[in-house]
Structures are given as structure tokens and as C-alpha cells.
Design a protein around this ligand. Sequence first.
Ligand SMILES: CC(C)(COP(=O)([O-])OP(=O)([O-])OC[C@H]1O[C@@H](n2cnc3c(N)ncnc32)[C@H](O)[C@@H]1OP(=O)([O-])[O-])[C@@H](O)C(=O)NCCC(=O)NCCSC(=O)C[C@@](C)(O)CC(=O)[O-]
Ligand SMILES: NC(=O)C1=CN([C@@H]2O[C@H](COP(=O)(O)OP(=O)(O)OC[C@H]3O[C@@H](n4cnc5c(N)ncnc54)[C@H](O)[C@@H]3O)[C@@H](O)[C@H]2O)C=CC1
Length: 438
Amino acid sequence: MSNRIAGFSKLSKTEKIEWLLNTYFTNIEASRDLIKQYWNTNEKLQKLHDEFIENTITNYYLPLGIAPNFSINDSLYAIPMAIEESSVVAAASKSAKFWLERGGFKTKVISTVKIGQVHFIYNGDYDKLSSFFDSVKSKLIESTNDITKNMERRGGGILGIELRNKTTDIDNYYQLHATFETLDAMGANFINSCLEQFASTLKDEALIYDKFSEEEKSIDIVMSILSNYVPNCLVRAEVSCAIEDLKSKDIPNPEIFASKFKQAVNIAEVEPYRAVTHNKGIMNGIDAVVLATGNDFRAVEAGVHAYAAREGKYSSLTHCTIDDGVFKFWLEIPLALGTVGGLTSLHPLVKFSLEMLKNPTAKELMQIVAVAGLAQNFAAVKSLTTTGIQQGHMKMHLMNILNQFEATSEEKTNLIEHFKTNTVTHSAVVEAIENLRR
Ligand SMILES: CC(C)(COP(=O)([O-])OP(=O)([O-])OC[C@H]1O[C@@H](n2cnc3c(N)ncnc32)[C@H](O)[C@@H]1OP(=O)([O-])[O-])[C@@H](O)C(=O)NCCC(=O)NCCSC(=O)C[C@@](C)(O)CC(=O)[O-]
Ligand SMILES: NC(=O)C1=CN([C@@H]2O[C@H](COP(=O)(O)OP(=O)(O)OC[C@H]3O[C@@H](n4cnc5c(N)ncnc54)[C@H](O)[C@@H]3O)[C@@H](O)[C@H]2O)C=CC1
């Protein structure tokens, strides 16, 4: 309890760091040096990063890698990926190269509708509430004119509002369920502003609705918030080719490969324990691009997994068919992304990543991100059903293990050569280092 502190947020950055070091660390000098080592020498840039969040003490680096050779609807892309896990960028790159020679990735945005809800409690007659809603619907929309006028000028805005009766779930619980088109913005702030205005107008109008009893007039707003479940903001990415065209260095027998690959996808469709790992592999690609482009990966993760469980059972996000000698593999996911707003014009590396992607619209970014997910899943399932995952993954992870043991450049060269013909496992690497150092 002696570690409690009041008013921490009001301290300066230096004071926060000193309090932290003195309260939780034993080697204060070394910890202070570490924090400062990660500060950017450009003070303006550091200040920008300090101000992204609250109580910032330093920067937390993730590597930014590039996966080149992605053909998406016949345009070539190099995709930026921010991720900590080895082998993900290599796997994406390998898939991109594989499909580049087989027609590339084809994508389509199916829909772009976002959702927000005002959750409220109304203690009274439903028919009266329904008539009240019909009578104030246009006022609800008009009351947001100041918020929506620019979005409408661009072609977006509020698409609709409906009243939903949820009293079978919770007594007296209703919703305003609203839909939005937010174009190139992810839209959270825009939607939340509209919803809070709906809530305020709804409450005010109820107070003067003469058909309501006194009790019915006092609508109680519980909360107004967008939903990160966006099943109507959907994108599809697909690859396909004749089975015989799958033949490659790693696929000597394409018939067997295609059938086993499809089986693996089918297993992920019916078996939740497998589906979660299968989808984690998809998210390796998706999260990395979402992060590199400054988007909200928590929102994407929550929405994607809800979609994977939309039938009442968690299932694969990718699917595979083999029909008339054609192998087809595709992904369909909800993605609420922005190429304006949020961090997109603030973080220099996000701007850089977006320029690398030819400054996409949100719809174009949805397609690129979906492709990264599909490519990643193809690489993982291909490895799983052929060599096993460890061969490629551990080959890439070798450098991390060598760094853990502070291997010198000479030791690294030596051991990388050694593991070209030996299987990488953690214990095999430890043993090889020990032998070398003996
Ligand atoms: C790892 C590879 C790519 C090796 O594959 P490989 O056959 O040893 O690679 P290669 O040396 O023959 O090179 C072929 C291409 O792969 C890429 N590549 C190859 N090496 C590199 C590298 N160092 N840096 C950058 N790119 C690399 C690159 O595109 C290269 O072409 P090039 O550039 O030479 O023209 C392959 O084994 C693979 O795709 N494995 C899958 C790895 C994977 O999925 N990792 C994710 C982590 S595991 C996990 O989290 C999820 C999982 C697997 O559990 C999900 C699931 O269960 O579904
Ligand atoms: N549950 C959630 O997911 C929540 C997320 N957030 C955060 O909200 C942020 C995203 O909110 P936004 O409203 O997207 O960002 P934002 O508040 O930066 O707004 C973007 C604005 O850009 C303008 N704009 C300019 N050109 C546009 C174009 N071509 N298309 C569309 N709009 C254009 C619009 O006025 C739009 O409202 C993210 O940082 C996210 O992390 C905030 C609250 C909740």
C-alpha cells in the first residue's frame, strides 16, 4: 500500500520516472539509462510520441518489416508489417511470391456499414414508445446536422436508425440501433458523437411527448457507443489456381497437397480448438498491417473474432474448395479501418506505411489487410500440412535464440551455417553454442 500515489498524472515526465524508479526498481541507474536509451534524439518527435498516450515514460519499439511482391487485383504492393514474432514477415513474403506466379490475390469489398447503439431503459408501454420513436426519428437525425454535415458532403453520414426492443433479454431495455457510412475514417469518434447527440435529443423529446405518462417520460440513457462488431463492413480476399499449378519446390505432389490443405481448413471450420489457432495465424498478418497503418487492432481483433463465432460456434475465417481441378482459398472478414483520422496523419511511420501502400482509401486498405491475413494463413497451413510448422518458424527464430545467448557475429555466422543442415530446437541451439564456446 505504501506504493500508492495520488496525483501521479500531474507530475512531470521526469518526476514520474523518478517515482517509478525509486518505487519499483533496484538498479535505478541502469533502469533510468534504459528508459532514456529509447527516447528519440529529435525532441519534437519525442514530444509527439509522448503525447499520443498518457503517463508516457519512453518508447516501446516493434520492428517494421516489409513483405514485397503482393499482387492484389493485378497491382503490385510491398506491405508494411509491425510485429514482434519471427517468421511472420517471411511467411507473408513467401506466400506473396508463390501467388504472384499464380494469378495473385483477388479482393472485393462487400459492404462498409458501421454500427452504433444508444442503450436505454424505458418503463412503459412499447406501442407508445414505438409511436414516439417514429415521431422523433427525423429530429434525432436533424439534431446531428452540425456533426454530420462534412461527412455528408463527402458522401457518408447516418444511414438509418431503428428502435430495438430488447425487453426479452433485460426488463425495460431498448436500443436505438444506428448505421453509418464513415468513408475513409474508422469512424469511432464520429459515430460516438452522433450517438451522444441522439441520446440527448431522445431524452429531451421524451420529456415533452404528451402521450407519455410521467414515468414513461423519464427515459434513462445507459450508454451511447459504437459497436466494434461490424458484420456488414466486410471484405473478401481470394486466391485460386488449377491444382497442377500448385506444383513447386515445396509441393512435389499438388493433388495430395491440395486435398490435405483443404482437410486442414475443414478441421478449423468444425473444431474450435483448432479454429482459434488457425485464426491466430490469420491475425499474424492482419494485426501487423493494422498496426503499421496506425489502426485500432483491439477493435479489429474484437470484431473479427465475434464474426468467427457468428453461427454460435467459433470457426475458421478462411475456407477452401477443390472443384473441377481448381483449388480455391478465401477469407471473408469484417474490418473497420481508417486512412484518415486517429494516428494516421500523426505518426511519421504510419504516414510512411500508407505512402508505401500508395495512400489507399479505407476500402483499399481493407483489401490489403485481408490479403495479408489470407497470405499468412496459406503459409502457416502449407507448413503445417507439409514440413510441420517448426522447421520454418525455428529457422527464423534462430536469431532470437542466438541473441538471448549474446552470440558474437562470428558465432552467429558459424551457427547459422550449422543449422542449415540441422533441425533448430531451443536445446539444439544451446548445445551448439556451448560446444562452440568450449
Ligand atoms: C518461414 C518460411 C517462410 C521459410 O520458408 P523457406 O522455404 O525456408 O524459405 P526460402 O529460404 O526457400 O525462401 C523462400 C521465400 O520465403 C521468404 N523468406 C524466407 N526466409 C526469409 C527471411 N529470412 N526473410 C524474409 N523473407 C524470407 C522470401 O519471400 C523468400 O523468397 P526470396 O526473398 O528469397 O525471393 C516458411 O517455412 C513458412 O512460411 N513458414 C510458416 C511460418 C509461420 O506461419 N509463422 C507464423 C508463426 S507460427 C504461428 O503463430 C501461427 C500458427 C502456425 O500456429 C498458425 C496455425 O497454426 O495455423
Ligand atoms: N470502441 C472503439 O473502437 C473506439 C475507438 N476509438 C478511437 O477512435 C479513433 C478513430 O475514430 P475516427 O472517428 O475514425 O477518427 P477521428 O476522430 O480522427 O475522425 C476522423 C475525421 O476525419 C474527417 N475526414 C476527413 N476526410 C475524410 C474522409 N475521406 N472520410 C471520412 N472522414 C474524413 C471526418 O471529419 C472524420 O470524422 C481511433 O483512434 C480509435 O482507436 C475511440 C473510441 C472508441
